[in-house]
Design a protein around this ligand. Structure first.
Ligand code: TRP
Length: 338
């Protein structure tokens, strides 16, 4: 059997189940934008079918999906360079998802730690979709024969499952059809933590709005949240080792480094010795200068949902040129009569 070569192709997705935060931007979207400039075809997806594993108010789902699309575009995902889609509109995702539900084993799924965490004691009462979710995620990726998937650390196990599904499919049908996907895992350095508690991830579901910077926040809100961010009383150290056991200080320095495309050590060389009273205004200025153009553009796009929908409709067409032949071939391999 000859091993086919696969086009270097990136796929990643974000759930439209709430507003976008600085954590999504620095942890994922900024990376997605960079990968457009590398030697990859890039496909980015609003995974609305994943969002409904937990009930979503229909009006919220519509708004969040368009807000996410606006966030992608405003951050620099170009519809000229990337395919931007809404998962439900490309039916091959769900179709291949069913096939993979028949490839994945119960035992594999039962090991998924994210399911165990999310279901908790309530496991009998969550949706079947929440349990099967990783099979659909594998389909999202493999329906494009994607080779590289940028995700956060929390998705690593789902990517391993994606590889297991690809390998089992290939083995069971004696083919070399689905590629073994490379995870591109973001390091802890780009994990953005809560502005109120440096040990918790910045989250769209935190009850305190002051704990996060929303991608829709205007310049005033951004500056105010940074001024009020929790810190400790000490001056900033001049090297990274000095941030140990100072989670809030580390978080603000990490944010500064990520926004300015510098390393933490470079930043500390510049600001080491400063008190937060001096550092916070620098960080606020930087954050406003990088983020408020994005939030302004998001606001403009959100006022023009027809433009967003047009971009997504074009993305659907481009996506299906890839997904329809791959699904067709999958069905042939399995023995479905066409
Ligand atoms: N499971 C991912 C998350 O919760 C979202 C997702 C769905 C995804 N399908 C994907 C990410 C495919 C990468 C590739 O963040």
């Amino acid at each position: 059997m000859t091993t086919p070569t696969f086009t270097p192709r990136v796929f990643s997705g974000i759930k439209p189940s709430g507003g976008l935060t600085l954590g999504n931007y620095l942890g994922a979207i900024k990376r997605f934008v960079q990968m457009q400039e590398e030697d990859f075809e890039t496909i980015y997806c609003m995974v609305d079918l994943h969002a409904i594993t937990v009930w979503q108010d229909p009006a919220d789902l519509r708004r969040n999906t368009r807000e996410l699309a606006a966030g992608f575009i405003a951050s620099g995902i170009s519809p000229e360079k990337s395919i931007l889609i809404n998962q439900s509109q490309v039916p091959e995702h769900a179709q291949l998802g069913w096939v993979f539900s028949c490839v994945a084993r119960m035992g594999w799924m039962q090991r998924m730690t994210q399911f165990k965490d999310k279901a908790g004691k309530n496991a009998q009462n969550v949706s079947l979709g929440l349990f099967g979710y990783p099979a659909l995620m594998a389909a999202d990726i493999l329906v494009y024969h994607a080779t590289h998937v940028p995700v956060g650390e929390d998705q690593k196990q789902h990517l391993e499952l994606t590889r297991d599904i690809a390998l089992k499919f290939n083995h069971d049908y004696g083919v070399d059809f689905f590629p073994v996907t490379e995870p591109v895992i973001e390091g802890a350095a780009t994990r953005v933590m809560s502005l109120r508690d440096g040990s918790k991830k910045m989250s769209k579901s935190d009850p305190s709005d002051a704990s996060r910077i929303n991608m829709t926040d205007d310049a005033d809100a951004i500056a105010k949240k940074i001024r009020k961010a929790k810190t400790d009383p000490d001056a900033l150290p001049s090297e990274a080792a000095g941030l140990e056991n100072r989670p809030e200080a580390r978080n603000l320095v990490n944010i500064y480094a990520a926004l300015s495309d510098k390393s933490v050590d470079q930043v500390l060389k510049e600001v080491g010795g400063q008190q937060f009273g001096a550092f916070k205004p620098l960080l606020a200025d930087l954050a406003v200068s990088k983020l408020s153009p994005i939030s302004d553009e998001m606001a403009r796009l959100m006022n023009d949902p027809a433009e967003i929908d047009k971009i997504l409709a074009r993305g659907t067409e481009q996506a299906r040129e890839i997904t329809a032949p791959i699904l067709k071939k999958t069905y042939e391999i399995i023995g479905m009569v066409g």
